[in-house]
Design a protein around this ligand. Structure first.
Ligand code: BGC
Length: 918
């Protein structure tokens, strides 16, 4: 027997018993994410963060160690060769925000990765399914070729009051090229000043719309990356692009002006081909491309799109098309802006809606009702004679006579027209415009359309849905759904205020008010990470955050309004809390400090008076007038406290102390200036009390009387709210926290004006901008500012998840690694339930009332723990899965207080029975 054979026998003898003893685990490693995205192509982050989710049905399951392998090829990964990074087995329970620490990542690199984990018994999981990320082009110098476009001819600017002229015709650009050999891999990097739709051999590349998304194009322009290997053929191939106006050159806001960033649209494409022998070739945009006007006669986000199908050029994007009558493109100067990888989910069409009805309130004007207010466009199917012109107009509401109500769109034209080519059935879908609408008016249609002649196409940033809420009151369910729809209608590349009128801006106040609600509905980690860069880009040299981000020159104020500019502090804090993301704090810390210094310089006496900019106060409050300086000062104190916490998170202890001291000082100034004896707060408004209480600005001993004054005011208003954007978010959480959950429920379920449910009984399918957007007595509010799709007043969603269903963050631990489950059953609800896929996995909490009991069912993800508050009278027995809860497996009684029995649990499913709160 040779020595190798002996060695083999020896090895087998040593290892077989170990294998036999190998512990088994049911734990799985799933949902691998890089920079919050699933298998992203073309990222720009050279130290990307990795996350995964652990699944297990075992109670108290935990990760005790992990190993990450990152390989430069799929084959290496399969062989467990982590040639880019192999962490080895690391004893750690972390499964989120793990910063890549392997070999340097450079442009175009491909990284394949997987994770294996060890459970609480030290048993190893099967490794996760392989995932990957690819690096984008990290520097502007990585790009070859030139920026190209079609010569721009601007139409005359309108005099004020005159109708706004459309932009120029939308060009198609094309380039034919020949491949002698089959390619091994083809990746295209593409961006535009304007919007692009890229085609390869006549087929659209990727499903993204409105690409690249909105940034301050003077500072950064995002590019998209697609793997197009399967779209290429040997022989002739054609790259084609359609180049629209979008945010870059189209109308923006109410300024009645085009070209806020530039007027000449241009395109940059690098198609990188890799052959079997390792050689490379780049097909880039240059002067050899050709262009022609497309059938899109004009297209603008606010105005709509006009398409003349008679101008179609069949096959223009495919091989074999004769482009000799096309013009050569022009080359355009390179931008100074940095080209950066698209880092959040692109905008996509996410749903199609068939109308619920069609009526003809006026001869020849057919009005389709989608049954839902959306952002997007209408797809039209039509058959008729060549040259027939069909017009589509859009509205959120109807006039009493059934015609569409468009006055609130202000100068936004929101009209699409389509001229038929004639012959077979035709389908029209605009490419570079979107509208905010529930109703579509169709005129010029040849004949009488069927209800399905029109389809509503819903668009928004494709942030993955993560939360659901449901309870026994259908009106409350509708309220949650409406807020979710307003999120969908307004998270379009950036968080906008509204999708219909000539505005659609990244208003910062709205975003900070709604962000926490937004996190429960969709995974918005990447979305807000990207937007914070826009926020920093918009900061003034003096340190002022803006009112809107991205900034538009014409809207610049020298200082963002209180609660608007403060989004620059609140957004990073929220992203940290919800996703455990420290990097967003580190990255924007200097900008935040700059803002804090800016406010302090302007307000040395520690009462914040916005001298240089606007102060919108408690925007759109009703029957109340909260002093603006009070709100401003409260927000400043809040900023200081958050800064102190954030400084601590990133290890800046001195700053933490400095900002805590600032908080204390502003708090003292607040009390001196705005707090009256007996716990009254100047102005005596709900919002004043709510902010003073939620931002911890009152001495401990007067908090209860301030809460009484708050409730008094609600009672005096016959149990109605009066809060605007700023107060509304904190109203129900404060009432609940101060022991008035019953009042919070009363406000929630009131349907008389003003209330959350009043719009719903009047047909709302989204959240309205104003409590009185439409009332029975007065009809429509002033059309000068009356959107029916604004999410701010929908910030109640946060309370539905946190307090009604009871899923909350541990104040000390970010990212739901430690969960607080504390429902407040009330308001006559029989049951309520929420499911939320946190960064650590899915959390569920649902309660239902029995005759003398209350059931609380919950799921805590593996590797997480929870503190569970089961409603129970002080001496009542609490059961878990039918047995005494304190004896149940993995359940520890911590204490009994405030009508709850409080337990500590690990991961797993639990079913508690308590007694209903009296
Ligand atoms: C927008 C708001 C915004 C506000 C500033 C409005 O026109 O629609 O949502 O926050 O202006 O006060």
């Amino acid at each position: 027997m040779g020595k190798w054979a002996l060695f083999l026998i020896f090895t087998v003898m040593c290892f077989v018993p170990a294998c036999l003893k190998e512990k088994k685990t049911d734990m799985l490693v799933e949902n691998l994410r890089c920079e919050y995205l699933e298998n992203p192509l073309g990222i720009g982050e050279t130290r990307p963060r990795l996350n995964w989710v652990l699944e297990s049905s075992v109670r108290g399951q935990k990760q005790t160690a992990y190993r990450i392998l990152v390989a430069s090829s799929r084959e290496n990964l399969e062989k467990n060769i982590g040639d880019l990074w192999d962490t080895g087995k690391l004893m750690s329970d972390r499964s989120t925000q793990i910063v890549y620490g392997g070999k340097e990542l450079t442009s175009r690199m491909r990284c394949y990765w997987k994770v294996c984990a060890w459970d609480r018994n030290g048993a190893m999981t099967a490794c996760s399914a392989p995932a990957f990320w690819r690096m984008g082009l990290l520097s502007n110098d990585d790009w070859e070729g030139k920026w190209i476009g079609m010569k721009h001819i601007e139409r005359k600017s309108p005099a004020s009051g005159e109708e706004l002229p459309p932009g120029p015709p939308v060009p198609c650009l094309r380039k034919a090229f020949t491949l002698q050999e089959p390619v091994k891999r083809a990746v295209v990097y593409v961006t535009a000043r304007g919007l692009f739709e890229l085609h390869l051999n006549g087929r659209p590349v990727g499903g993204d719309v409105f690409a690249p998304g909105w940034t301050d194009y003077n500072k950064r322009i995002q590019f998209h990356t697609y793997d197009v290997t399967p779209l290429l053929n040997q022989g002739e191939n054609v790259l084609g692009a359609i180049l629209g106006d979008g945010w870059y050159s189209g109308y923006l806001s109410w300024t009645r002006k085009r070209g806020h960033y530039g007027l000449q649209n241009s395109l940059l494409v690098n198609l990188e081909l890799e052959y079997g022998d390792g050689s490379r070739e780049v097909i880039a945009t240059d002067e050899t491309w050709r262009c022609a006007e497309s059938p899109i006669v004009s297209s603008d986000m606010l105005m709509g799109e006009n398409c003349d199908a008679r101008k179609e050029m069949p096959g223009w994007g495919a091989p074999g098309f004769d482009d000799s009558s096309w013009e050569p493109v022009i080359t355009v100067e390179k931008p100074k802006a940095r080209l950066v990888a698209q880092s959040s989910q692109p905008v996509r069409v996410t749903e199609h809606i068939t109308p619920v009805s069609v009526n003809e309130p006026r001869k020849g004007a057919f009005v389709f009702d989608l049954g839902q207010n959306i952002a997007g466009w209408a797809r039209l199917e039509v058959k008729g004679e060549r040259g027939t012109e069909v017009t589509l107009r859009f509205a959120e509401r109807l006039n009493p006579d059934g015609t569409i109500y468009t006055t609130n769109l202000r100068s936004a034209g929101c009209t699409d027209t389509y001229i038929l080519r004639g012959g077979e059935q035709e389908v029209f879908e605009p490419r570079f415009t979107f509208h905010g609408f529930q109703y579509v008016e169709l005129t010029g249609y040849p004949g009488v359309p069927d209800r399905d002649a029109v389809t509503g196409c819903v668009i928004h940033s494709n942030t993955p849905p993560v939360g659901t809420f449901e309870c026994s009151d259908p009106m409350v369910n509708k309220l949650w759904l409406n807020a979710r729809w307003s999120q969908r209608g307004n998270f379009i590349s950036i968080p906008t205020d509204c999708p219909q009128r000539d505005e659609r801006l990244g208003w910062m106040g709205d975003a900070q008010i709604f962000i926490r609600t937004a996190t429960f509905n969709m995974d918005v980690a990447a979305f807000f990470t990207k937007w914070m860069v826009d926020v920093e880009d918009a900061q003034s040299e003096e340190g002022a955050f803006s009112n809107v981000s991205p900034q538009i020159e014409d809207l610049k104020h020298s200082e963002g309004a209180p609660a608007w500019g403060d989004a620059g502090i609140i957004v990073p804090w929220t992203v940290y809390r919800v996703y455990g993301d420290k990097r967003i704090i580190e990255k924007h810390y200097q900008a935040m400090e700059h803002w804090m210094d800016f406010i302090q310089r302007a307000n040395p006496d520690l009462v914040r008076r916005n001298r240089l900019g606007n102060n919108y106060g408690d925007w759109l409050s009703i029957n109340a007038d909260t002093p603006k300086d009070l709100l401003a000062t409260a927000y400043w104190a809040y900023d200081a406290r958050l800064m102190s916490r954030m400084a601590k998170v990133i290890g800046r202890e001195q700053d933490a102390a400095k900002y805590e001291k600032l908080f204390e000082d502003i708090r003292a100034a607040f009390q001196k200036t705005f707090v009256l004896p007996g716990g009254r707060v100047q102005g005596d408004t709900q919002t004043g009390y709510v902010l003073a209480l939620s931002m911890d600005l009152l001495p401990e001993d007067i908090r209860p009387s301030a809460a009484e004054h708050l409730v008094e005011d609600i009672r005096e208003k016959d149990w109605h709210l009066s809060t605007g954007f700023l107060g509304v978010r904190h109203l129900n959480p404060v009432l609940t926290g101060m022991g008035y959950a019953d009042v919070a429920y009363r406000l929630l379920t009131t349907d008389t004006f003003p209330s959350w449910l009043y719009p719903i009984i009047n047909g709302a399918t989204t959240i309205w901008e104003r409590w009185d957007g439409w009332t029975r007595e007065k009809g429509f509010q002033d059309p000068g500012m009356n959107s029916f799709n604004h999410y701010s007043l929908g910030s109640i969603g946060e309370w539905l998840f946190r307090h009604v269903a009871g899923i909350d963050l541990d104040p000390e631990v970010p990212g739901y690694k430690s969960v607080i489950i504390r429902p407040y059953p009330g308001g006559g609800l029989e049951h309520a339930r929420a499911e939320y896929s946190s960064i650590h996995g899915k959390i569920c909490s649902g309660w239902s009332r029995g005759t003398d009991s209350i059931e609380l069912d919950l799921t805590i993800p593996a590797n997480c723990s929870a503190t569970v508050y089961v409603p129970a009278a002080p001496d009542a027995t609490v059961l878990e899965s039918g047995q005494a809860a304190d004896k149940a497996q993995g359940v520890t009684l911590l204490e009994r207080k405030d009508g709850y029995a409080v337990f500590a649990v690990g991961s797993g499913k639990y079913s508690f029975t308590g007694s209903p709160a009296k």
